[in-house]
Design a protein around this ligand. Structure first.
Ligand code: GLU
Length: 463
């Protein structure tokens, strides 16, 4: 087979819908698996919505998720002349015709059809007319009236429409602008798209689009209409279920590869594998493994996967992604000193974080500054008794060498002297060092912070 070419063709709406990201992902995986090309087309013909900002939101979403596309993104609007040319070619080859019917005539025709119990399809009297009055006209497809139109969809199987249920769609409006249906087909043809993978809400469009391909004598691409994403309650995913825009997921601090991993699992599977990298997904992806039943979005699963990806990431990448998160959410950049400490302490921190905000919370002992005002839970741990105990511990620690092993031995010995468990020392100690009740191991933190800073924090807390 010749090279595989896929595309994602989002309409700019101001944000990138999570369902669009999933359709893009399937196209991207399929193209990359076959060493093909994956293209991006912005369907910006609706001029009121197609602002540069709305297009930027799509680029940002794609980049954040790590989906690279080949070549420059294509603007559908910029190709309007080519679309019109094709409509005129169809006129010339007799597969389309000029229709001069007015809106009132069309409405009256439909009304009469409805009253007679026929489907309200407009059958233009101009279809076979040789007259060319000097009046405004649209160009309509001369669609087949008899027989059937069939799509052999990779996911949906064979789907058939009776041609009598499909009307002569408009290709070019009376102002000379192309309709969506024409633009999509011309663009997909010119871009050499071999496989169209998209939401199953476009299935009927595929039937209509295949009629345009046939009229032009063009090869029809392979169609794969994937099930849409549904909410946990089985209803179509909407705002009510939670975030819809890719950037909202970014703002919530999910690890981007985890979002990709999760979206891939919505409707596609490779055996029992739940956690995988995008490299693995590219190796494994086959359209045949996409299921027909709708996928349900499960935020808990996404969160768990995010935690797994954070743990599996190498510390350098993780730090870079964290910095990306800070900048995308308008937070202060890390200083070089903070970065050094974050890097050194990453192993201990990433174990317990499922999202970037949780990772930042774990890093509070690095990112916060003295004095560490304890939060409510930490404050409870720092009662008078504990503060007295920390005072005695601090005196003892002043004289020791500052290594993990020595600190651990000293603190254990101290707990024995005090006749309390290690936890009874470690918890207030953590509260004093961080102002929190959750953090990496106290020994790790003390080593990372160094002796002076650790002692200073203990002194702050014991006054
Ligand atoms: N612009 C369409 C959408 O955003 C996609 C059309 C297609 O993939 O053919 O739903």
């Amino acid at each position: 087979m010749s090279q595989i070419v896929t595309r994602i063709a989002p309409s700019p709406t101001g944000y990138m819908h999570i369902g669009t990201a999933r359709a893009a992902l399937f196209n991207w995986l399929f193209a990359r698996h076959h060493n093909g090309r994956f293209l991006l087309r912005i369907e910006d013909t609706d001029r009121s919505r197609s602002t540069p900002e709305a297009t930027e939101a799509i680029y940002r979403g794609m980049k954040w998720l790590g989906m690279d596309w080949d070549g420059e993104a294509i603007s559908q609007f910029a190709r309007a002349d080519r679309h019109a040319d094709v409509a005129h070619q169809m006129l010339a080859n007799g597969t389309a015709y000029k229709c001069y019917a007015t809106k009132e005539e069309i409405d009256a025709f439909r009304e009469a059809a409805r009253e007679a119990g026929r489907p309200p399809l407009f059958l233009s009297p101009w279809r076979d007319s040789a007259e060319t009055p000097d009046l405004p006209y649209v160009i309509r497809l001369k669609a087949p009236r008899d027989g059937e139109t069939t799509i052999n969809d990779v996911v949906q199987g064979t789907v058939t429409w009776k041609n009598e249920t499909l009307d002569d769609m408009i290709l070019l409006r009376s102002d000379g602008t192309p309709t969506y249906m024409l633009a999509v087909v011309v663009d997909d043809h010119d871009m050499g798209i071999t496989h169209i993978i998209r939401g199953d809400d476009h299935l009927t469009n595929a039937a209509r689009q295949s009629q345009i391909y046939t009229a032009m004598g063009w090869d029809i691409p392979v169609f794969a209409h994937i099930p849409l994403v549904y909410g946990p309650d089985g209803k179509k995913l909407s705002k009510r279920h939670g975030a819809m825009g890719v950037e909202e997921y970014q703002a919530m601090g999910y690890y981007p590869d985890a979002v990709m991993n999760y979206l891939a699992r919505l409707g596609w599977s490779h055996g029992d594998d739940e956690f995988f990298t995008m490299k693995q997904a590219i190796d494994w992806f086959r359209l045949e493994d996409v299921v027909k039943s709708p996928a349900r979005f499960d935020f808990k699963k996404l969160e768990n996967l995010s935690g797994q990806h954070i743990r599996a990431a190498d510390n350098e990448t993780l730090l870079a992604k964290l910095e990306e998160f800070l900048s995308a959410t308008g937070q202060t950049d890390l200083t070089d000193a903070q970065k050094r400490l974050m890097f050194a302490g990453m192993d201990g921190m990433k174990e317990r974080a499922k999202t970037f905000p949780e990772l930042l919370e774990m890093a509070h002992f690095i990112l916060g500054t003295r004095p560490f005002v304890p939060d409510e839970k930490a404050a409870k741990l720092l009662d008078t008794v504990s503060r007295g105990m920390l005072n005695r511990l601090t005196s003892r620690l002043r004289g020791v060498s500052w290594t993990h092993d020595i600190l651990e031995a000293e603190i254990r010995a101290f707990a024995e002297t005090e006749e309390i468990g290690l936890g009874k020392v470690a918890q207030p100690l953590r509260a004093a060092l961080t102002g929190r009740t959750i953090s990496p191991s106290v020994f790790d933190m003390m080593v990372l912070l160094g002796k002076d800073e650790s002692i200073a924090r203990l002194e702050d807390a014991s006054v």
